[in-house]
Structure formats: structure tokens, C-alpha cells
Design a protein around this ligand. Structure first.
Ligand code: ZN
Length: 289
């Protein structure tokens, strides 16, 4: 692991100025000045892959099974076994099950997650995988900014305070919410938050204006309020959802709200993997089934 010292790329967290170095493969990665965001089709669950212009890589959630490993295999260079940062928005099965396999297969440098204590075998397996990984752990709290380099930032908007060690079973409203910014392109990533957290975020006064909204909770009717859509004012919405899922996601209520706001909609069950590319001024969206 000596070659890590040669790495040029780094992630800086907020004001702590902690600098984490990555593998030399970061240097070998394509550097075309473009930000790429993939909303992977992993069935009923979320998995979002970010490649910063300098090659830094972030995976947000891992979906309900190991499908994410296949998506990563299709997207990453075959020799790349490092991931700079993994974010678990919350510990429901459709978000962290795949992440356990990711921690097993890849060397992950940083893990962002709220350590909310739950009584479940999945939570135990996740904790075990995190401990085994030995990554730097970042407790998400609104206001922390993760600098991905080349003026690409991930800002944490929610939760408002640390939930480390808090015990609870319903955690949708504690999802880590992030805004990804590159120049004029802003993408809002909302985990599975519901109305309560959407209202909290609006009241916090955070800048949630975005071009692209990852619709919360797979299009559940308890999320994506009109007032939230009004504040975000997205041009494009992405729903990560499995075909014929048993929850009835996305709901007609949310589809109608998005339509009323004139938002262009992409869905992983219909469009497959959805790739957003931005040069910091303009963005384009491609789908590949
Ligand atoms: Zn979910």
C-alpha cells in the first residue's frame, strides 16, 4: 500500500481539513473534467455512483442485494478495487444489504453513516462489515461539506444533529440527505425521507434548489410534498424503484405531483441505469437498459 502516498486526489471534510489519500488508481482514472452520476438499476432500492472529475468515487447506498456489485463491475475499471467513500443513507434493507457485499469486495476508505442502533440481524451484519473494513467513519450532520475536488462538493443537509448511538427502528426520516454540486449543476439526494424530514429541511433554510431530484422513498406518497417540490424546483426527477414492487411504488400521487410541476421523470424500472454527466455548466442524461 506504499503507492498510496503518491496519490494526488483527496477528500476534505468540512473545516477539519482531514485529508484522506486514495489508491494510485485514482491517477489512472479518466480525467475529462466531467462529473458522472449513475442511478443504478438495482431493483427495489437505491444505489447511486458518483465519479468526480478527478476520479474520486462515492457510492451512496447499495440496494437490496448484490446486484450493485454487477453494476460496479460494469462501471469501474476491472483493476480498481478501491472506493473512496460509501454513504449509507439509513439502515433499511433496500439501502444497506448491497453495501455489505461492497465492503467485502472493495477497499473502502471512508464510510458516512448515522450509527442508529437497531435490533435486527441485518444491522448486526452491517456493523460487523463496517468494523472489519476499518475505514474512516464520518458521522453525518447537517452543514458538513465533503470536498470531492475540482470544485465538486457533497453537502450534508440532514440529519440536523448526530444520531450516533440513538436506538430506534423507524429511520426513514433520519436518512442522510445530500446535495451534490458542480458549478451550476445541483443534484439533491434524499434517501427515504418523508414529509416530516422534508419540512425540517425546508425550515432549516438550507439551499435545496436543484436541477435533478432523486425522489425520496421510491415515490412513496408520504414523501415529495408540493412545498418540497416548490423549494427544490427540479427540472428532472429520478425514481429508483423495482418493477412490480409490493409497495406500489411509485405512487400515482407522487407521479401526479411531479407532472403538475412539469418535471421530466426518469425511473430505473422503466429506463434502467440512468447516467447524468455534467461539465459544471450543462448536464445531459442517458439511459441504458
Ligand atoms: Zn428505501
Amino acid at each position: 500500500m506504499q503507492f498510496k502516498k503518491l496519490s494526488l486526489t483527496h477528500i476534505v471534510i468540512f473545516l477539519c481539513l482531514s485529508v484522506f489519500t486514495f489508491s494510485i488508481y485514482s491517477i489512472a482514472r479518466e480525467k475529462d473534467g466531467l462529473l458522472k452520476v449513475y442511478f443504478f438499476n438495482v431493483g427495489q432500492g437505491d444505489a447511486i455512483w458518483i465519479e468526480a472529475p478527478n476520479g474520486n468515487q462515492v457510492l451512496i447506498d447499495g440496494g437490496p442485494d448484490n446486484a450493485v456489485l454487477q453494476r460496479l463491475g460494469e462501471t469501474m475499471p476491472f483493476y480498481d478495487k478501491n472506493i473512496d467513500m460509501v454513504v449509507a443513507t439509513h439502515s433499511d434493507a433496500d439501502h444497506i444489504t448491497g453495501l455489505i457485499g461492497v465492503l467485502d469486495r472493495y477497499e473502502v476508505e471512508n464510510i458516512v453513516y448515522s450509527n442508529i442502533v437497531r435490533k435486527s440481524s441485518l444491522y448486526d451484519a452491517w456493523q460487523e462489515a463496517v468494523e472489519k473494513e476499518g475505514a474512516n467513519i464520518i458521522d453525518p450532520v447537517a452543514g458538513k461539506v465533503i470536498d470531492l475536488g475540482n470544485k465538486v462538493t457533497l453537502t450534508i443537509l440532514h440529519p440536523a444533529e448526530s444520531l450516533d448511538g440513538v436506538a430506534k427502528e423507524k429511520v426513514n426520516n433520519d436518512s442522510v440527505v445530500l446535495t451534490l454540486k458542480y458549478g451550476e449543476t445541483q443534484i439533491l439526494l434524499t434517501g427515504d425521507i418523508e414529509a416530516k424530514a422534508e419540512r425540517q429541511i425546508i425550515l432549516s433554510g438550507a439551499d435545496i434548489d436543484a436541477d435533478i431530484l432523486k425522489v425520496a422513498h421510491h415515490g412513496s406518497k408520504t414523501s415529495t410534498l408540493d412545498e418540497f417540490l416548490y423549494e427544490v424546483s427540479p427540472k428532472v426527477a429520478v425514481i429508483q424503484v423495482g418493477a412490480n414492487n409490493r409497495y406500489g411504488h411509485p405512487t400515482q400521487e407522487v407521479l401526479s405531483r411531479l407532472e403538475n410541476f412539469g418535471v421530466k421523470l426518469y425511473r430505473t424500472d422503466v429506463d434502467g441505469n440512468i447516467k447524468v454527466t455534467s461539465d459544471g455548466k450543462n448536464y445531459k442524461i442517458e439511459r441504458n437498459r
